[in-house]
Design a protein around this ligand. Sequence first.
Ligand code: ANZ
Ligand code: ZN
Length: 825
Amino acid sequence: MQISDKYDFQAIEQKWQQRWESETPYRVDHNSAGEKYYVLEMFPYPSGRIHMGHVRNYSIGDVIARYKRLQGYDVIHPMGWDAFGLPAENAAMKRGIHPAAWTYDNIDYMRTQLKELGLSYDWQRELATCNPKYYRWEQQLFLEMLEKGLIYRKETTVNWCNDCQTVLAREQVVDGLCWRCDQPVVPKTMYGWFFKITDYAEELLADLDKLSGWPEKVVTMQRNWIGKSTGLACDFQVEEMEEQITIFTTRPDTIFGVTFMSLAAEHPLIPSLIQGSDREQAVQEYIEATLLEKQRASADKEPDKTGVFTGRYCINPYNGERVPIYVANFVLMEYGTGAVMAVPAHDQRDFEFARKYQLPVRVVIQPEGEQLDPATMEEAFTQPGRLANSGAFDGLDSIAAQQTLIVHAQEHGFGQPHITFRLRDWGISRQRYWGAPIPVIHCEECGIVPVPVTELPVVLPGAEHESGVHTPLHQQEEFIAASCPCCGRDARRETDTMDTFVESSWYYVRYTNPQYTDGPIDKEAANHWLGVDQYIGGVEHAILHLLYSRFFTKVLRDLGYLQIDEPFVNLLTQGMVIKNGAKMSKSKGNVVDPDELIKQFGADTVRLFSLFAAPPERDLEWNAQGVEGASRFLNRVHRLVHQQLGCCTASDPVEAEQLQGAAKQLHRKTHQTIQRVSENIESNFHFNTAISGIMELVNLTTTLVSAAEEIPPAVVREALETVLVLLYPMVPHFSAELWEATGHGTTLDSARWPSYDREAVKEEQLTIVVQVNGKVRAKLEVASDIEDEPLKELALANEKVVNFLQEKQPKKVIVVKKKLVNIVA
Ligand code: ANZ
Ligand code: ZN
């Protein structure tokens, strides 16, 4: 194909995409000897079409991949599809097709789109999580985890929508209604499967310290999500009963200030506390109302604090006092022990509750040099201070007292140190069709029996044909019927499918050899490529996906598959793409379709725009002029290179020491640009400033070659080749084409990232004379291109000049370019 000197992006992009397809320069194998680098972008849900957020995410990843290749690394850069999930089911229902058909069609379309962006993936590694070739291995991992005791089944109360026949997450309940069908959500107790992520809570927390390559805010979000609290677990004897109530507190120093006890509405002791008492009905009604309120509550709104007295008392073991027992709506059954000792003087929530129900407030921590009076306090005092009203412990510093009081409880046998995590076990059961079936069988005789590994995969019925039924599995009798692998009797297959977060928790491991058929993970390949050196994705995954992946990595290590503790060495969370101040989204109607842009400007322009418009971690504000600007820049470079083809094919070397004037200036700028771009990429992937640097070099080259200056062809060639190599990661088709046009027999894929010459980048130094009232008083060594203002400042700050001036104010400062500064005082 002959490509003229007009920038014909369509022809150029097509040509190079075909070559990359046939010559597969981005394939890598773990047997090669080079140093490895693993770049990964969070894989997409195949929703139908890619959007600008994808373009941005993958452009960033591709620059890193190509940059690292130019540096000589063996780069693994895979792509695949997070393909299970509810939207496919909904779309399929709407269109009367099978979710598999919808999903695979979308994958085909989106793969074409990604190829049109010129992204350097190793397509051999492509995987789709809805394919039995993938989830078969997930089912095997499930069985290995089950065997190891990392998975259990328990009964829980869930939000259930009768119309959709599915469990809803808290976010999917809007004002008590299903987000999809607007029908009332009902509480339902049912069995579900759980991963014991809490077994790893301590390690997941401790290893956050290893993640120095993660944004601090993400580490903090994970730390808060895991939420470790240390304190005291302490038993309060219920009066006139056998039972005790165990509380968890992080403030044992306040325990003499307990004036009531609060239980969660679900606390198992409540029925026996109220049985047969005249409070029974009132408490029961309160509990029902509270549970309903909990069900209806939206995630972001806290209900008013309420409670009810049970009629019972318990005994504070530290001072023998009677403490009334309440049920309160702000106590969570899932946290600590579901029981809270209330200290209104020092806990704001308890304070408000006490004021509302006229319960006593007793100050047991006094601030230094002050006496709080419970009668006039307007809020709880939560700072450290000295213990008061605390018997033998009076006068102790409240921080030190915590330990003292825990030891006291231990010695008397009514309490011990206790650690609580906010993190809950991971409920993975979904009652939907489009997910990986959980591979167990329920037998009346044998209980839960794992499907033998040799019988995996448990295939989703109907999906192989992309036709057939796709109702939830619990409605498919043919699927359910099974015989027990243990005793052979008629049994029932499990009908829950797995949360799609399970698939995304280990896909980066499978990428290291997705064709492997001897097990879920090719250990040799995994050990070669992992961890992921650079992971890139949206900050919306800062908690769940990243936490689950960290958990899986540790589990896979303990199952003997991996040798690493953490999956992602460096993490980049890119900002959103916004238009007119709002996130681009279909519902806002402000979506810019990348397809249209690519047609109009070419993929390289779209890539360049998305990299240039903002640093990766910031939001990118869409702007049409920006795209046009990127396009004009590429056209300018294209023209310049073609004008200078003669220089570009020159073969004489650059004689750095002999260069003078404009030639020296261009040579210096070339090397400074290499330095600047390398440093921008290395330090924080600030491609926007890197691109500005390249633009400066292009501008200077244009200016110098069009002035009548004599510049040796080799220097021009060096400048332009540098531009092409530095731009290659960002606009690969464009650079590849011009590289070829300038007479290179091999492609840029085998080129190396240039290094800069430390001598060449030095600014030329000039000696400037400083006069005060016409007499030479000092000499300055400065860069030759220094501006007048900084030069004046340097002169005035010079020690000798300051001495001569004494207190006198300079009247006038005159600069004679490249020669002198004259100060008139
Ligand atoms: C008495 C006390 C006095 C408390 C005081 C605090 C201040 P973090 O730090 O978040 O772990 N708590 C314990 N279990 C609870 C539950 N299931 N639902 C609601 N609140 C619960 O919080 C620990 C504190 O939260 C505990 O310490 C307990 O109140 C409360 F001046 O005990 B504290
Ligand atoms: Zn059986």
